[in-house]
Design a protein around this ligand. Structure first.
Ligand code: ATP
Ligand code: MG
Length: 183
């Protein structure tokens, strides 16, 4: 699955609707310190289901909503949409029949978080199901951020095992077994 477009609105420093196209195999983002480069990766991990504010460099989840600047009012909601090319049919679950999969997350100031796939309301775990086993997830190995390598090296054996299980493609089966056992 290839990410080819990111749309943000009211997310961190992206107050106005902003659309990034990722046309090639290799895309570089450059800009001065504090211009919002890392916020883009935070946005990607947020849509994939990150639920811990500190992982997104905030104190509470509402910190991802644009909090105003000198001449701008704070935004009432943050919204980010990722569009993936799924022509290789690698997605999990019912959404794999679509050649394009758009995953969106919206958070309002009252704390309501909602997820959508191809504009249909879904649960957070439906989003996780799409990506389980692809290596893409809020903390999976497809996203190697600052400090990720040392985190892997220093992780406890149980955490390291989770990385290996995702890489080996067994995590989705383990998740299904866990669900079945809990029914
Ligand atoms: P560096 O090159 O130093 O790594 P960067 O381009 O990665 O910088 P980011 O960390 O993405 O920069 O962006 C930080 C900026 O985002 C800061 O100016 C911060 O004020 C702004 N920011 C973060 N959260 C919000 C928010 N909720 N509302 C408005 N601005 C925000
Ligand atoms: Mg940065």
């Amino acid at each position: 699955m290839r990410l080819h477009s990111i749309k943000l609105s009211g997310f961190k420093s992206f107050a106005d609707p902003t659309h990034f196209q990722l046309p090639g195999q290799l895309v570089g983002v450059v800009g001065p310190n504090g211009c919002g480069k890392s916020n883009i990766m935070d946005a990607v991990r947020w849509v994939l289901g990150e639920s811990k504010a500190s992982e997104l460099r905030g104190e509470s989840m509402q910190d991802v909503i644009f909090n105003g600047s000198g001449n701008r009012k704070p935004a009432g909601r943050a919204s980010v949409e990722l569009v993936f090319d799924n022509t290789a049919a690698r997605a999990g679950g019912q959404w794999n029949q679509f050649s394009e999969i758009a995953v969106k997350r919206v958070l309002t100031r009252d704390g309501t978080s909602s997820y959508f796939i191809n504009n249909q309301p879904v649960r957070r775990r439906d989003v996780q199901d799409v990506f389980l086993g692809t290596g893409l997830g809020p903390r999976a190995y497809a996203i190697i951020g600052q400090g990720t390598i040392s985190r892997i090296i220093e992780s406890r054996p149980e955490e390291l095992r989770l990385f290996l299980e995702e890489a080996a493609g067994v995590s989705k089966y383990k998740e299904r077994r866990r669900e079945t056992e809990n029914r």
